[in-house]
Design a protein around this ligand. Structure first.
Ligand code: GDP
Ligand code: MG
Length: 170
């Protein structure tokens, strides 16, 4: 089997870090500065029984009021293109903060038929983990997610669990 997996999320949530972690090599640029990755970056991971093709998708967070700028239009098109014919989408958000940009990404996913897995990243930064579960339930109610997986892309925590969830849809 061979599957396409798109990684989506607003800037700085850790898309590139996650992709590098999954692929085990630096195929995508990570930085503190948002919007460094303007083009889709693909990576291929080959396992015994499956091949995963990951696409890091910038430009999903652009809200309708900014859609006319040429660069935004370009990024929007690239994002839409990347979501056509994917088998699975990994939607990444950052631990306890839900922003307007996260909502913009989620809205863009409304018409996506592929299963969407919610990855809640940077949980290593949580000093108090008690608020995480109720918050996950709240965010998880915003869409019928195929799974909700808290991760730390930077430290690799629970990333194998995320990959297991992804593999169910390929
Ligand atoms: P992207 O814009 O979504 O591709 O985000 P990046 O992968 O470039 O990450 C943005 C910043 O968040 C970088 O400084 C990363 O090192 C940091 N980061 C990513 N994942 C994690 C994580 O799991 N934990 C922590 N503490 N930082 C992370
Ligand atoms: Mg990136």
């Amino acid at each position: 089997t061979c599957g396409f997996v798109a990684i989506v999320g607003r800037p700085n949530v850790g898309k590139s870090t996650l992709m590098n972690r999954i692929l085990g090599q630096k195929v995508s640029i990570t930085t503190r500065r948002p919007q460094t990755t303007r083009h889709q970056v693909r990576g291929i991971k080959t396992q015994e029984d499956a091949q995963f093709i990951y696409v890091d998708t910038p430009g999903m967070h652009i809200m309708s009021k900014d859609r006319n700028k040429a660069i935004n239009r370009f990024m929007n098109q690239a994002a839409t293109q990347a979501l056509r014919d994917v088998d699975c989408v990994v939607f990444i958000i950052d631990r306890t903060r839900w922003s307007e940009e996260d909502q913009a990404v989620l809205t863009r996913l409304e018409h996506v038929k592929a299963p969407v897995i919610l990855a809640v990243n940077k949980v290593d930064r949580l000093t108090d983990k008690s608020g995480l579960m109720p918050w996950l339930a709240e965010v998880g109610a915003r869409r019928d997610f195929a799974a909700i997986v808290p991760i730390s892309a930077k430290h690799g925590t629970n990333v194998d669990e995320l990959e297991t969830e992804v593999a169910k849809h390929l």
